[in-house]
Design a protein around this ligand. Structure first.
Ligand SMILES: Cc1cc2nc3c(=O)[nH]c(=O)nc-3n(C[C@H](O)[C@H](O)[C@H](O)COP(=O)(O)OP(=O)(O)OC[C@H]3O[C@@H](n4cnc5c(N)ncnc54)[C@H](O)[C@@H]3O)c2cc1C
Length: 399
């Protein structure tokens, strides 16, 4: 049988795309392939669970556009389908004068991105968050928390109700495109489709390479390690508490996140991963490591971020150092408060010249579309990303 659409990847981006394709083309056949025995096993199921508002991103970027639209769409989806989510707001806290200056720049960025930030004085900060200290903060009311896996479960159910098919435990091992179809080799059989969409997260470059598309970038895995606060500390914060991001560091910095189940996580940091889908601290896979270190862009990136990278490593190995990052703005947290919590691994596309691809990145052939870079806030942005992919496919007229 030849399918009209095959989607690879049962994370939130693949599911959102499949859900929207099936809504638009009820009479077309659609199959989603996922290699794990359950959906959302990788980035989508190992993240901070934050609905981002769209604070940080360059105003003309896809990230800025999709994040803002995605936050609204995610709240709406949750409301319609009874999925837990709470718009609890985020405080970006400055702890010294240097951060205060960066905070002012960030405030302008919020305005450019169409948000309604509120400048918060130290006194007001104390009223809002008695355990948090800072010399100023920005309050973003639009930010919230959600169960992204719950969203995936609901999308999967909707796909099935509309007649779409989802096959778990099915790894795609080869892709061959010809003028009239795409042939997909899986660990079980060979399939044919009219259109292919690949949303493979940490494996995005490998799937793209199967079609000769990934010469100029590689996925470099960055572990994000978390702790969870002891249960008696679950009420230590009422909002999401984020530091002011350091431009020398590519990720957002260790934050305090109230999860949708009421627990509070501390993290994530960002250290190089030696196994793309290995969540243990010392997991290692030869192929994954070789592909990282044999890529020239990795060395260029490393030389640019050597200082911050080594600091992240030190703090990963030294809990007290890790704690220091959060005590800057929440001094009441002690070593005893930090309990183990599963890590996540970010799929970050890096170019040959060492540039980290900041925006979402898509690559296309006549019959396929690959999502090559979908880092944070792609979970928040999954609904507009899926819509964008549907529109791309539609613009090429489906037979
Ligand atoms: C630590 C961390 C914190 C984050 N926090 C947030 C946050 O708070 N808010 C936010 O919006 N975003 C956050 N993100 C980003 C967000 O989680 C990801 O951007 C998003 O989940 C990406 O979804 P995805 O579907 O592209 O990838 P994934 O969820 O990784 O899914 C890809 C899927 O493809 C499957 N696959 C791969 N290869 C094959 C193959 N050959 N055959 C079949 N299937 C295959 C995988 O098994 C996987 O299920 C965070 C990410 C991390 C790692």
């Amino acid at each position: 049988m030849k399918y009209d659409f095959i989607i690879v990847g049962g994370g939130i981006v693949g599911l959102s795309t499949a859900w929207q394709l099936k809504q638009r083309y009820r009479d077309k056949t659609l199959l989603l392939l996922e290699k794990e025995s359950a959906l959302a096993r990788h980035q989508t199921g190992h993240n901070s669970g934050v609905i981002h508002a769209g604070v940080y991103y360059a105003p003309d970027s896809l990230k800025a556009r999709f994040c803002k639209e995605g936050a609204a769409a995610s709240y709406e989806f949750c409301k319609q389908h009874g999925i837990p989510c709470r718009r609890i707001g985020k405080l970006l806290v400055a702890t010294n004068t240097e951060e205060r200056l960066r905070m002012d720049v960030l405030f302008e960025r919020c305005l450019e991105n169409g948000l309604s930030p509120e400048a918060i004085s130290p006194v007001r900060l104390r009223e809002l968050e008695p355990e948090i200290t800072g010399i100023g903060a920005i309050l973003i009311r639009e930010s919230g928390i959600v169960d992204f896996v719950g969203i995936c479960r609901e999308m999967a159910q909707q796909i099935r109700l509309m007649g779409g098919e989802i096959r778990l435990g099915t790894t795609v091992t080869g892709i061959a495109e010809s003028p009239d179809q795409v042939r997909i080799q899986t660990c079980k059989d060979t399939l044919q489709t009219d259109r292919l969409v690949v949303c493979a997260g940490l494996m995005a470059d490998r799937l793209a390479a199967m079609q000769g598309l990934a010469r100029d970038f590689r996925i470099i895995p960055f572990r994000g390690e978390y702790f969870r606060l002891r249960a008696p500390k679950n009420d230590v914060i009422a909002h999401l508490i984020y530091p002011i991001p350091d431009p020398a560091r590519p990720f957002l910095g260790v934050h305090l996140t109230k999860m949708i189940d009421g627990t509070v996580t501390v993290g994530p940091n960002a250290v190089l991963g030696w196994k793309r889908e290995g969540y243990g601290k010392f997991n290692f896979k030869f192929r994954d490591t070789f592909e990282t270190i044999s890529f020239p862009g990795f060395w260029k990136l490393s030389s640019r971020h050597l200082g911050s990278g080594l600091r992240e490593y030190r703090n990963s190995m030294w809990k007290r150092g890790y704690l220091g990052q959060v005590r800057k703005y929440c001094p009441g947290i002690t070593l005893q408060d930090l309990e183990p919590y599963p890590a996540g691994i970010r799929a970050q596309a890096v170019l040959r010249d060492g540039t980290m691809v900041d925006d979402f990145l898509f690559k296309e052939t006549a019959r396929s579309l690959h999502v090559c870079n979908a880092p944070s806030p792609a979970a928040t942005s999954a609904i507009p990303i899926g819509k964008y992919i549907c529109e791309k496919l539609t613009s090429r007229s489906i037979s």
